[in-house]
Each structure stands twice: as structure tokens, then as C-alpha cells.
Design a protein around this ligand. Structure first.
Ligand SMILES: NC(=O)c1ccc[n+]([C@@H]2O[C@H](COP(=O)([O-])OP(=O)(O)OC[C@H]3O[C@@H](n4cnc5c(N)ncnc54)[C@H](OP(=O)(O)O)[C@@H]3O)[C@@H](O)[C@H]2O)c1
Length: 227
């Protein structure tokens, strides 16, 4: 890992695709809340460069943003995948050894688009989270963040007003992911909905949110009531 700031090299969170819209926004928020985050890219230098750019946006008193490869990002105890669903298995497969035992959070949402907008995509394995679980068999996979807009996340000064729905089969992995929401995304609340087999339903909500945003020209989020 090449550090963009003179901070310790052990990250709290790694983000595969941390150079992208969602990955960068999550890295920024989490670092602003005091965590050290590694931005992982297919091109390690791009990861380093993006980390330097994001670091420049951090308020004083923040944690750190480091940059590097996918393998560097996979050194963190919690690794968030924020990459396109297409080809995700091929990207994660080569680092599956490093991901063994780690929490692997899938934000992936397979979508299909036509003239009427997005609909949930259908994968043979059932969900994008299942795709990652198959590519990294030892990882403890959690599905989540599908309904969170990168635009809202990127505005680090504004508290979020939404829930972050999570699913998974490993209680410790769910708790670690929920802590990243409840303790490190001001205004947001983690809601564990149930087992990983619900991932496709959560992934489908991305289509609902994108369509809602288009219709209402908004960056909408979800709240679950009655809990
Ligand atoms: N944007 C949102 O608001 C949002 C919300 C909820 C969920 N998601 C999910 O998050 C994932 C990422 O979405 P995003 O909007 O952040 O996408 P994005 O801006 O295109 O970023 C994706 C990142 O993935 C990496 N990547 C790996 N393979 C790629 C490929 N074949 N083509 C393009 N990029 C590739 C790229 O990083 P390198 O080039 O550095 O490797 C890129 O920066 C998707 O699965 C999406 O469904 C997004």
C-alpha cells in the first residue's frame, strides 16, 4: 500500500472499486469519521492517485485514505466491493485467498435498462452477493448499501437521512458492517433484514431507487418504519 498521507498502513476498511462513484463516496465518509480506508483499484497507481485526491477533500481530524491494488484493499478486516456486477467474479477470484475469513460486503446491483428505465437484473446464481460468495468461498459475505446514493454520501457535511439495509448469514459479519453504518455514517441506521438469500430483493431495490430518483429528480433513500 502506498500511503497518500503519513498514516499507519493498516486499514479498517478496504474498498474494491474505491475509485468509482459509490466506493469513493464511502471511503470519504468513513475516513471523515476517523477510519483508515484503502481504496483498491485494478490499477494500483489509480488507487494511489484517487486516494490522494480524496484525502485532499477530508476535513481536519479525519482518518486516512490509502490507495493500492485489490490485494491491498483485501488486507482490511472488512472489504466492500463497489464494482460492476459484470466481471465481478473474475475480479474477486484472484484475491479469494486473502478474502478468506474477511467480511466481504456486496453493494453490487445487477440492473437491466431499456427505454422505460431500470429493472432488476437476473443472475443464474440468484444474486450478485451469491456471485461474490462463489468467487470468494471463505469470505463472510454481507449484502448492503444498495439503496444508498453515492451523491448523498459524497456530501460529507450533510448527515444522511436513510436506513442501510443489510443481509447475511454471519452475525459477526453483519455486526461489523452495521457498525460501519451506525458509528461511521452520521444520520444513517443499519437495518439487518435477514439471511443472504434476500440479497436479490435488496439488489432489486436499486432499480426502484434509480427510477424514483429519475421521476422525482431526487437522490432518495429508504427508511424502514415500525422497528
Ligand atoms: N453509484 C451509486 O450510487 C450506487 C449505489 C448503490 C450500489 N451501487 C453499486 O456499486 C457498484 C459500483 O457502482 P458505481 O456507480 O460506483 O460505478 P463506477 O463509478 O463505474 O465505479 C466502479 C469502479 O469499479 C471498477 N471497475 C472494475 N471493473 C470495471 C469495469 N469492467 N468497468 C468499469 N469499472 C470497473 C473501477 O475502478 P478501477 O478502474 O479503478 O479498477 C470503477 O471505478 C455497482 O455494482 C452498483 O450497482 C452504486
Amino acid at each position: 500500500v502506498t500511503s497518500a498521507t503519513p498514516e499507519p498502513a493498516t486499514a479498517d476498511v478496504g474498498v474494491l472499486g474505491g475509485t468509482g462513484k459509490l466506493g469513493s463516496a464511502l471511503a470519504l465518509r468513513w475516513a471523515a469519521s476517523g477510519l483508515t480506508v484503502t481504496v483498491g483499484s485494478r490499477d494500483p497507481q489509480r488507487g494511489v492517485d484517487r486516494a490522494a485526491q480524496l484525502s485532499a477533500e477530508l476535513p481536519s481530524g479525519s482518518g486516512a485514505i490509502l490507495g493500492g491494488s485489490y490485494a491491498d484493499a483485501a488486507d482490511a478486516p472488512v472489504v466492500v466491493a463497489a464494482i460492476p456486477t459484470e466481471g465481478a467474479g473474475d475480479l474477486v477470484g484472484p484475491i479469494s485467498g486473502r478474502l478468506a475469513g474477511r467480511v466481504l460486503v456486496s453493494t453490487l446491483a445487477p440492473l437491466e435498462f431499456d427505454a422505460d428505465g431500470p429493472t432488476p437484473g437476473h443472475l443464474e446464481v440468484g444474486s450478485a452477493a451469491a456471485l461474490l460468495a462463489a468467487a470468494a468461498p471463505g469470505a463472510r459475505v454481507v449484502g448492503g448499501f444498495h439503496t444508498v446514493s453515492a451523491v448523498g454520501l459524497g456530501d460529507v457535511d450533510a448527515p444522511l437521512d436513510e436506513d442501510v439495509l443489510l443481509c447475511g448469514d454471519d452475525d459477526d459479519a453483519l455486526a461489523a458492517t452495521a457498525a460501519l453504518v451506525d458509528d461511521h455514517l452520521p444520520g444513517a441506521r443499519a437495518v439487518v433484514v435477514g439471511p443472504l438469500r434476500l440479497a436479490a430483493a435488496l439488489e432489486g431495490l436499486t432499480a426502484v431507487l434509480i427510477a424514483t430518483n429519475k421521476r422525482h429528480r431526487a437522490h432518495a433513500g429508504l427508511r424502514v418504519t415500525g422497528l
